[in-house]
Design a protein around this ligand. Structure first.
Ligand code: OSB
Ligand code: MG
Length: 358
């Protein structure tokens, strides 16, 4: 069942609530989906997690679209490795996922089994952006706690850190709570980060710049809160080096950020060998990328709840697949072949379609 063509489809999805972080506010997602088509086999689906703008990482959706069309798919067509193309991890991961999904659906193998997952359900966690006021933040946190999420992550930035975290901790003394700075701090303003030590946080995610491993190692020695890296972990090698340097004791693993699921499984293994904490991050995925994340999070080395939310946490209507919903604060790992989700008619949300023949 060779893949004959790949469809690049852009869909525009409004977010259920604006997502404000240290790098900007997002109110919709301009998502790139890949559909691998073959003459006689089932379609395979992939989602590119590159964001609308290159603010979280150097990749963004328009750039990834061109890289996939002009550099990656021609290599697939020629039977060449994608490794020759530097960087562009999110573009590569999207291609890998669409081709893998087509193959697994054709062979009747669930993605979770292919990856080595052992869990049938995974704990759900939720990320909450900066709010206009502490009152608004508390309302948002209360709502998610009532919905049953098993841990909450707050976005922080200089000026939005100690007070909001204190308020949430006072209201929810036993809530598993963590914070994510997306690299917004420098070693000159660690004072607020040190103050967070009193709030019994699970971890502090990516406080410093993405390339500052030694800075994180130095910070880790000054804080009691465990340091987790997100942006800094781009491969199994960087994971190994970050851990060896003492830059982190926890890893946020996102398949898109590291070039795909195969590299993600290698990082999982590195973390298990090193005995460091591991959880699955998120990138506002639709049901397609979410299905892949949930399958990955079923591997035994995932020790902490991920940024794995119900579909309606991000999208008023995730019209792409049947929605993921919380079941007692957990999500079911799909067990049907491939991603295990059916993709619906996307006509209403599609903004463009391009077909690349292989
Ligand atoms: O830093 O983890 C991040 C979303 C987009 C890009 C980067 C990040 C995030 C989140 C939300 O924090 C995670 C989710 O999808 O639930
Ligand atoms: Mg993060």
């Amino acid at each position: 069942m060779p893949v004959e063509a790949v469809e690049l489809r852009r869909v525009r999805l409004p977010l259920a609530e604006p997502f404000r972080t240290s790098y900007g506010t997002q109110s919709f997602r301009d998502a790139l989906l890949l559909r691998a088509l073959s003459d006689d086999g089932p379609d395979g689906w992939g989602e590119c997690v590159a964001m609308n703008e290159p603010l979280y990482s150097p990749e963004h959706v328009d750039g990834a679209h061109l890289v996939i069309r002009d550099h990656l798919l021609p290599r697939v067509a020629a039977g060449r490795s994608l490794d020759d193309v530097r960087g562009n991890a999110m573009a590569k991961a999207a291609v890998e996922l669409a081709l893998l999904d087509a193959d697994l659906r054709g062979r009747g193998v669930p993605l979770a089994r292919h990856l080595g997952a052992t869990a049938s359900m995974v704990d759900a966690g939720v990320a909450i952006g900066e709010a206009a006021s502490i009152g608004e933040l508390l309302d948002r946190v209360d709502r998610r706690v009532e919905e049953g999420y098993r841990r909450v992550k707050l976005k922080i930035a200089p000026g939005w850190d100690v007070e909001p975290v204190r308020a949430v901790r006072e209201r929810h003394p036993d809530l598993p709570l963590q914070v994510d700075a997306n690299g917004a701090y420098s070693l000159d303003d660690v004072e607020p980060l040190a103050s967070l030590d009193t709030f019994d946080l699970l971890l502090l995610e990516q406080p410093l710049a993405e390339d500052d491993l030694l800075g994180h190692a130095g910070l880790a020695r000054r804080l009691r809160t465990p340091i987790c890296l997100d942006e800094a972990i781009t491969s199994a090698r960087t994971a190994q080096q970050a851990i060896a340097l003492g830059a982190c004791t926890v890893v946020n693993l996102k398949p898109g950020r590291v070039g795909g699921l195969a590299e993600a499984v290698r990082i999982h293994d590195v973390c298990v060998d090193a005995g460091v904490g591991l959880w699955c991050g998120g990138m506002l995925e639709t049901g397609i990328g979410r299905a892949a994340n949930v399958a990955l999070a079923g591997l035994p080395g995932f020790t902490l709840p991920g940024d794995l939310s119900s579909s309606d946490r991000w999208y008023a209507a995730d019209v792409l697949t049947d929605p993921f919903v919380l079941d007692d604060g957990r999500l079911h790992v799909p067990d049907a072949p491939g991603l295990g989700v059916d993709v619906r008619d996307l006509a209403d949300v599609t903004t463009s379609i391009e077909l690349v023949r292989l």
